[in-house]
Structures are given as structure tokens and as C-alpha cells.
Design a protein around this ligand. Structure first.
Ligand code: NAD
Length: 498
């Protein structure tokens, strides 16, 4: 049955008055799962006004009580892990185990947010001058907003609002219009956990609903995750309107395979990291860089990739699901076609893959290209499909030059048994997250998600200590208390040398 998705405004599930609705389809079957309203300007205004009002009381809620709300939410997320993952699978097409991983990575952020009393500790130095002490407080900003992509509809909203709320802010979430049922389910659980009215508001829609968030004077900070072009627009507009903005954006992640790497380990890791989730991960490996004789791994790699079957979320032999939408599939097919035209060697071609029993599915099979050069369109673009490009070089130095010349800097990895090569690589590579014999180096939430260059616009990254900085303002207090009988000094008209 098709669901009519509600907005969540001021603690109530609200039917939108919108005249514009978007169909949310199951990407494997084409079945309509829900109708998604594009919130009206007055609904967005209500969301912002309600969040502004709620901030006045929420910021005064003691920090341990804010943590307790998150503990109850955490418990509900764990209890509903399977049903959340099922909803997520149906609207994204992810296979069930991968959908569970998406939810789990979000749960871990909530676990982290539960330690907010410790995370929000300021700093103190006694006697910065005689009898004078200094300490800092971290105080919330106000109304913050989050705009999230389709590819992790549980994890990425959970990167944002649990930490923003834990810090004492109120929050407006605008999830992807392509899979908003999972975020709705998350907010249902937060509501059940006892979320006070107005502290989190959920609006739906697309770019049109994002624009007012970027310019509204009552919004203090914007967190965005999505493509680089949209991220650049959001960063420019948000900062132009004097907001604090963090944008986690697109990627092109390289994995370097050294000749001394353990090839029995390399192949399965590379397969999983490249075509897992149909390649729709910002940390997916999309370029394998074989150094010297490591190129011999290309043939077994091709054989292993050919074994992976796209399928439905609940099919036990499915390696990954369909792409999120038909436009996404057409885009990937176009890039595969351009790769062939521009002279890359298509060793394994998944563009004709089809499931006769699910002809409306947005299927693309695993695809492998060799003889790729940096000038080719399929190298320059983020493909976001199950397509792996192979490039062969002679030295580690050449691999580093290639990676550092790519404008993106989200993730990279090296497979080697040489500590010296790994150390050299980690030091010189201009990428923010580096795996050593770990193909997808996504940090756990007590660290931060530190993409670099075109993969990130802003100063403070997602989750970890950096998110606490992002969602708070630092207040510095310098205090002096006069003790009884202290000598009174005359007026001091100059800056004192200590
Ligand atoms: P997208 O940029 O199309 O959409 C992201 C969000 O922005 C959605 O909520 C969408 O409604 C909104 N949006 C779309 N166009 C807009 C516009 N012109 N103005 C304002 N808002 C707009 O991204 P997507 O296709 O949903 O997600 C895939 C992208 O996200 C990939 O590029 C991927 O690399 C990136 N991503 C990055 C990270 C990271 O941490 N760096 C993590 C996940 C995904």
C-alpha cells in the first residue's frame, strides 16, 4: 500500500498541504512505496519558527537529560534494527545485510552522542595571571539544518541530528526525496523516545525546499551531504548568508595495490569496496591503481567481479541491488558508453544486465575497465555505479601523483606488506581518510569523517569532536575574585605585561 508521507512539525505528524508530490519507488520492482510532499513555504516557515521557539527551552535542559533522551532513542533503534533495515532495503534496493550496516553505522553515532556530558566539557586554566582563572563553555548555536543524500538514509541523518540535539540545538531535517521513509521511521522512534515538541522538525522535498534553509536568518548552521556541485552551491549560499556550513561531498577513491600485497586479500576487498551497494557509496573504491607486477591481479579480479550478482534485497545470493533510479542508471550507462568510445578497455561489461522477472529494476551489473587515463570522462566524473576502473603504473610515486592530481580527497587505501611504502603513502597522499590494507577507511564516530579538497567544504567535519565544535559556540570566561583585605590598585590605563 502506498504511504502518504507526513511532515513532522512541532511534535505532530502533519499532512502537507502541498500541491507538488514526488513518487518514492522501489528501485528493484518499480512499485510505488510512498508519496513525498514538497513542503510549502508556510510549512517550512512553521518548521523554522517552531524550532526557534523550542530552542529557548531545549538549551536549558540539563545535559544528562539530553543524553537520556538519546539513550532511549538508542535503545529503540537497536530494538527496531531489522525493521528499519527492511524499510531501507525496500526504498534503496540495498541488500538486507548492507541495509543493516547502514543503520548500524548510524546507531554508533547515537552511542557516541550519549556521551555528550563529557564531549561538551570546556577547558580551564587556573592562574593565567595572578589570581585570574580562565575557562571555556561550549554553548549551542540555535536552529541548525541538515540536508541528506539518498545513499545512506539512516546513517547520514544520524551523523547530524543526534549530535546537534545533544549539544542543545534544535534541528530541521530535509532528507533525500528519493528514500525518505527511513528518516521518517527514525523520527518516529525519536518521538517515541520522548522528544520535546519542536526540537526536531522534518520537512520533505527537493532543491526547492532547501533554498529557504540556506537563506533564512533564524538558521545558524547547515550540514549537507551530497554531490559536489550541490555542495558547492550550498556552501556558497549558506556562508554568503553568514551561516556556519559543513558540506561532505563527492568522491573518486583510489586503492593502490603494491606488488608485495597479499593478492588473496586484495581481490575480495577490492570487489566488496567497488561494487558493494552498487558502487553508490561516497567511500567506494572506484579506481584500482596497480603498481608494477601487481597488474597480474587484473585477471583474477575480473573473474571475481563476474561472480557478483545483482539482485533483490532479500535474495541470499544477491551481492548488491539496483541503482536508486532510472536517471541514475541512464547516467551510469552513458559513462560506460563514453569509456568505450574514449578508448578504455571494457574487460567486464554490466551495462546489459537485466532481470527478466524485474524488468522495471534499475539494474547494472559489475563492470571493469582497464587502460583508463585521467583525461577520460569516466575517470573525471564520479560514476556512482558498480564500475571499477583499473590504471597500471610503474611506481608508488606515480600512483601518488595520480591520486594527488585528482580534485577529490575523500578516501584512499594502499594494500602492501611494506611498512615503509605504507608510511610513505600515508604521509604524502592528499586525501583525508587513508586505509592501510583496509579498503574503505570510514572512521568510527569518536573520530571525525575527514574528507579533503573537493570532497569537503567547511572547517569542522562530521561527527566526532569536530561535530561538537561545529554545533557549538565557545564562550571564554576570565574571572577574578577579590579576597578579603586585598590591596586596592589605582586605575590601570595601559595593557599589563604579565
Ligand atoms: P544530491 O546532491 O543530488 O542530493 C543531496 C541532497 O541535496 C538531497 O536532499 C537533495 O534533495 C538536495 N538537492 C539536490 N539538488 C539540489 C540543489 N540544486 N540545491 C539544493 N539542494 C539540492 O546527492 P545524492 O545523489 O542524493 O547523493 C549522492 C552524492 O552524495 C554523491 O556525490 C556522493 O559522493 C555524495 N556523498 C558524500 C558523502 C561524504 O561524506 N562525502 C557521503 C554520502 C554521499
Amino acid at each position: 500500500m502506498t504511504q502518504i508521507l507526513p511532515l513532522y512539525l512541532n511534535g505532530e505528524w502533519t499532512q502537507s498541504a502541498s500541491k507538488r508530490w514526488i513518487a518514492n519507488l522501489n528501485p528493484a520492482t518499480g512499485q510505488k512505496l510512498s508519496e513525498v510532499p514538497c513542503a510549502t513555504p508556510s510549512e517550512i516557515e512553521r518548521a523554522i519558527a517552531g524550532a526557534k521557539e523550542a530552542f529557548q527551552t531545549w538549551k536549558e535542559v540539563p545535559v544528562p537529560d539530553r543524553a537520556r533522551l538519546l539513550q532511549r532513542f538508542l535503545h529503540l533503534l537497536k530494538t527496531h534494527h531489522d525493521d528499519l533495515a527492511e524499510t531501507l532495503s525496500q526504498e534503496t534496493g540495498k541488500v538486507f545485510a548492507d541495509a543493516k550496516g547502514d543503520v548500524w553505522r548510524g546507531i554508533e553515532v547515537v552511542e557516541h552522542a550519549c556521551s555528550i556530558p563529557t564531549l561538551m566539557m570546556g577547558e580551564t586554566v587556573e592562574n593565567v595571571a595572578r589570581d585570574i582563572d580562565t575557562h571555556t563553555l561550549l554553548q549551542p548555536l540555535g536552529v541548525c539544518a541538515g540536508i541528506t543524500p539518498f545513499n545512506f538514509p539512516a546513517m547520514i541523518p544520524l551523523w547530524m541530528f543526534p549530535l546537534a540535539l545533544a549539544c542543545g540545538n534544535t534541528f530541521i531535517l530535509k532528507p533525500s526525496e528519493q528514500d525518505p521513509m527511513t528518516p521518517v521511521r527514525l523520527i518516529e522512534l525519536l518521538h517515541e523516545a520522548g522528544l520535546p515538541k519542536g526540537v526536531l522538525q522534518l520537512i520533505h522535498g527537493d532543491r526547492e525546499q532547501v533554498e529557504p534553509l540556506l537563506t533564512h536568518p533564524d538558521i545558524r548552521a547547515i550540514s549537507f551531504v551530497g554531490s559536489s556541485t550541490v555542495g558547492q552551491h550550498i556552501y556558497r549560499t549558506g556562508t554568503q548568508h553568514l551561516k556556519r556550513v559543513q558540506c561532505m561531498t563527492g568522491a573518486k577513491n583510489h586503492m593502490v595495490i603494491m606488488p608485495d600485497a597479499d593478492m588473496a586479500q586484495v581481490i575480495p576487498h577490492l570487489v566488496g569496496a567497488s561494487v558493494g551497494a552498487a558502487g553508490q557509496r561516497c567511500m567506494a573504491i572506484s579506481v584500482a591503481v596497480f603498481v608494477g607486477s601487481a597488474r597480474a591481479a587484473l585477471e583474477p579480479l575480473k573473474e571475481a567481479l563476474a561472480e557478483v550478482k545483482p539482485g533483490l534485497w532479500n535474495e541470499s545470493d544477491a551481492g548488491f541491488g539496483p541503482l536508486i533510479s532510472e536517471p541514475a542508471r541512464q547516467r551510469v550507462l552513458k559513462l560506460i558508453g563514453l569509456g568505450k568510445q574514449e578508448g578504455a578497455n571494457c574487460l567486464l561489461d554490466g551495462s546489459a544486465f537485466m532481470r527478466e522477472d524485474y524488468p522495471l529494476g534499475h539494474w547494472v551489473g559489475p563492470t571493469l575497465f582497464s587502460e583508463v587515463t585521467p583525461e577520460m570522462t569516466l575517470y573525471k566524473e564520479e560514476i556512482f555505479g558498480p564500475v571499477l576502473l583499473a590504471i597500471c603504473v610503474e611506481t608508488l610515486e606515480e600512483a601518488l601523483t595520480l591520486i594527488n592530481a585528482n580534485p577529490n580527497g575523500n578516501g584512499t587505501s594502499i594494500f602492501t606488506n611494506s611498512g615503509g611504502a605504507a608510511r610513505y603513502f600515508q604521509h604524502h597522499v592528499q586525501v583525508g581518510q587513508v586505509g592501510i590494507n583496509v579498503p574503505i577507511p570510514v572512521p568510527l564516530p569518536f573520530f571525525s569523517f575527514t574528507g579533503w579538497r573537493n570532497s569537503f567544504y567547511g572547517d569542522q567535519h562530521a561527527y566526532g569532536k569536530q561535530a561538537i565544535r561545529f554545533y557549538t559556540e565557545t564562550k571564554t570566561i576570565i574571572s577574578r575574585w577579590f579576597h578579603q583585605g586585598e590591596e586596592v590598585q589605582g586605575p590601570n590605563l595601559t595593557i599589563q605585561m604579565r
